[in-house]
Design a protein. Structure first.
Length: 296
């Protein structure tokens, strides 16, 4: 991408001695390609478009995640200037000082660690992950809500969620190729779950479909996602609930039924556990954001 490259300073974003900042950006064609003096993790939350990064142009869609080190130039663009072709990016930026006390929790012989802490010595100018199994979607949204609400102790929660994300990125990076090959049908498993999550789906159902024992299936599933089958299925269902709460006026009990929950008491407890708020509060939060025309 030709043209001038801006250099953004973290002083434009960080407030009150807090070395982390989050926003939700509806991308346009007005932002210039830029570098920055902070580390950035960008997650494609909605839509599709292009990521101009260094000298490359990468097509991006929902679920793409990038780790952008200090000094790497980049900018996101929607696929078209038309309003129906939107690209929504969640950005988490932070100063390196934020991790000073927590480096010992990270695997230091990894590309993720080097890209963040030693970009000049790292062979990778940036990192690209695909969140095929929705591992990062809820983490990013939880971080964003914490940052917006700024409830008591939110700084600690944000740091903990960031550490969790970095550890999971390292796991993604270091997945054993042999184990991946032994579960080569995993994309089919995910498709199977996502196409049937509204039903009373059990581990045995999925294991039987793929001619595996339930115990062997659960072991492979856990190794591939870091989650149990039940946790993953719950994440899929709650994520769909969140989408429906944001985009429709369907009554909450009908949304719960649509995604496979008949027990409303259990549904409300699970939703609050996963998101930190009730379904009604979640819907109200996003309605308030729209009414305030907050573009992050």
């Amino acid at each position: 991408m030709n043209g001038r490259i801006d250099n953004l300073s973290g002083d434009l974003f960080f407030e009150n001695d807090l070395d982390i900042f989050l926003n939700r950006e509806l991308e346009s064609f007005t932002t210039l390609q830029h570098t920055h003096d902070f580390v950035e993790i960008s997650f494609v939350g909605e839509g599709c478009g292009y990521h101009y990064i260094d000298e490359e142009v990468i097509y991006v869609k929902q679920g793409d995640l990038f780790v952008i080190p200090i000094g790497t130039s980049h900018v996101f663009r929607p696929s078209s200037p038309k309003q129906d072709k939107m690209l929504v990016i969640y950005n988490c930026i932070f100063r390196l000082e934020l991790l000073d006390k927590w480096k010992h929790l990270l695997q230091q012989d990894s590309v993720t660690y080097d890209a963040i802490n030693n970009p000049s010595q790292c062979t990778a100018r940036w990192l690209h992950f695909q969140d095929k199994h929705d591992t990062f979607s809820l983490i990013v949204q939880n971080m964003y809500r914490e940052y917006l609400k700024k409830s008591a102790g939110y700084e600690t929660v944000l740091t903990a969620l960031l550490i969790q994300m970095l550890v999971l990125l390292q796991r993604f990076e270091m997945i054993n190729e042999t184990e991946t090959a032994s579960f080569r049908m995993f994309d089919e498993v995910v498709h199977f779950i996502k196409s049937r999550y509204t039903h009373n789906l059990t581990v045995q159902d999925v294991a039987d479909y793929f001619f595996l024992s339930a115990s062997h299936f659960q072991r492979l599933f856990k190794k591939s996602t870091g989650l149990s089958f039940t946790q993953y299925l719950q994440n899929v269902r709650i994520q769909k609930c969140c989408e429906l709460l944001k985009s429709t006026d369907i009554p909450i009990y009908q949304i719960a039924n649509q995604v496979g929950y008949q027990d409303m008491k259990f549904f409300h407890a699970l939703f609050r556990k996963k998101t930190g708020v009730t379904p009604r509060q979640y819907r109200q939060n996003f309605q308030e954001l729209d009414e305030s025309d907050i573009s992050c």
